[in-house]
Design a protein around this ligand. Sequence first.
Ligand code: SF4
Length: 63
Amino acid sequence: MVEVKVDFARCDANGTCAALMPDVFRIGEDGLLEQLATVVEDGRADELEEVVLCCPLGAISRS
Ligand code: SF4
């Protein structure tokens, strides 16, 4: 499993990650980002990498 971390202090809730991985990230009713999962399967590492690269604020990391 790959661990997903979000730096909520950086995030401006633009929703890019939620559009790309909606089972992991979601923009809530309050307009703020919600993290729905803290890990993803190893087979989704490339998918997660794309999300990491697409976050304009560099708020997502993995380990
Ligand atoms: S892509 Fe980055 S800045 Fe945008 S909502 Fe996701 S974590 Fe926040």
